[in-house]
Structures are given as structure tokens and as C-alpha cells.
Design a protein around this ligand. Structure first.
Ligand SMILES: [Zn+2]
Length: 71
């Protein structure tokens, strides 16, 4: 049996490994984020490419559920 419980842990928008925009290699998340203390909207997450050693800083987007300011 497989439980599929979402407990507001790691956000879907934040991947732990992304594809490097420059070289297409694997860029790994830097920093001290854990499943217990994950990055939230507005936080900056940094990635380091293992191939070209470039660093990528991304801002975590706002959660799409918080769209209550519809005009
Ligand atoms: Zn790269």
C-alpha cells in the first residue's frame, strides 16, 4: 500500500536537481534546505552545475492556490 500524503513539506516548484541552462548538465540545489525546513515562496534557491560549475539563483514562485486577488 502506498500512502500519498502531502504535508506541506517540500514545494513542488523547487526541484532538488535542475537542468543547467548553459550546458544542459545537472545542477544540484545548494544550501541548507531540508524537508522539515523547505524553501517557501519568495525564497532564493541556488543551484551549482556539476558540469560547468555555473551557479543559478532562482526565486521560488508564489503558490498558485493563493490567487485570491482576482479582479
Ligand atoms: Zn552547466
Amino acid at each position: 500500500m502506498r500512502e500519498h500524503t502531502v504535508t506541506g513539506g517540500w514545494p513542488d516548484d523547487v526541484d532538488k536537481v535542475i537542468t543547467c541552462i548553459d550546458c544542459g548538465g545537472r545542477a544540484h540545489l545548494l544550501g541548507f534546505w531540508t524537508d522539515e525546513d523547505p524553501p517557501g515562496p519568495g525564497d532564493i534557491v541556488a543551484y551549482r552545475c556539476q558540469d560547468c560549475r555555473d551557479r543559478w539563483d532562482l526565486v521560488v514562485p508564489e503558490a498558485p492556490e493563493n490567487s485570491d486577488d482576482t479582479n
